[in-house]
Write a protein that binds this ligand. Structure first.
Ligand code: PGA
Length: 240
């Protein structure tokens, strides 16, 4: 059964998630963290930066792998997920950036980039804790709803609803990249522990389906019920 922690506010959700990450890093200072982008984890990253500044945690020996990246994109582009992670987290803590990893979104061969990312993740060892957000349509990473899903890292086309949702980060929907490189569901489910964050009433339907214990590729987050250690940290407004 998925563990569910209901919080009253976004602030409380962010603190609860940050505390869980801090605990993991304190008990395993060289661990591999799987990290996510989007609006939802921003508060968690801010709390972790505060904890680092207070001397409560260090990321010196932590390795990280991000869930996904737009494709193709330059890491220096302001809308890349590399740029997001640098500006919202990595630049403010003591992590060694050489230990922070993303799919290679500049590689013209998307299949090669995908295979290499899988190899890289395996070479680092197990992802000990994977942070996830959830799309309004139940997507996880860029594993979008459909009649089938891919197990491993692959190039994925963004659904129209994701393009619309992500257009808030761009000047217009036309500027949103249509493709990404994303970990597949098996890559994600191979993590030892998973924290799924959800906040806001627009996530209600996706959260409801995630908790329904019915596996359905039309809502990729439902596959998380196959994992034994998933904690959903959710604000009350994202529950029915
Ligand atoms: P959001 O995105 O946190 O910006 O809502 C979540 C997701 O698409 O996975």
């Amino acid at each position: 059964m998925m563990k569910v922690i209901v919080t009253g506010t976004y602030e409380e959700m962010s603190l609860t998630a940050a505390e869980a990450v801090r605990e993991r890093v304190l008990s395993s200072p060289r661990c591999v963290l799987g990290l996510a982008t989007g609006s939802t984890p921003l508060g968690m990253y801010a709390k972790l930066i505060e904890m680092y500044q207070r001397g409560e945690v260090s990321f010196k020996d932590i390795r990280s792998v991000n869930l996904d990246e737009y494709y193709p994109i330059s890491p220096s582009a302001r809308c890349s997920y590399r740029y997001y992670m640098d500006t919202n987290f990595f630049n403010h803590i003591d992590i060694d950036k050489a230990n922070t990893h993303f799919p290679d979104a500049e590689n013209e061969d998307s299949e090669k980039a995908s295979t290499e990312y899988e190899k890289l993740i395996s070479s680092l060892g197990k992802i000990e804790l994977q942070i996830l957000g959830i799309g309004r349509n139940g997507h996880i990473g860029f594993n979008e709803p459909g009649s089938f899903l891919y197990p491993l890292t692959h190039m994925a086309r963004l659904s129209e609803s994701t393009v619309r949702a992500n257009s808030r980060f761009f000047s217009s929907p036309a500027d949103v990249p249509r493709f990404s490189l994303t970990m597949g569901m098996k890559t994600i489910l191979s993590a030892s522990g998973i924290i799924l964050l959800a906040s806001g009433k627009e996530k209600r339907e996706a959260v409801r389906r995630t908790l329904s214990s019915v596996i359905d590729t039309s809502c990729p987050s439902t596959l998380l019920c196959l994992h034994d250690d998933v904690t959903l940290i959710v604000t009350r407004d994202a529950l029915e």
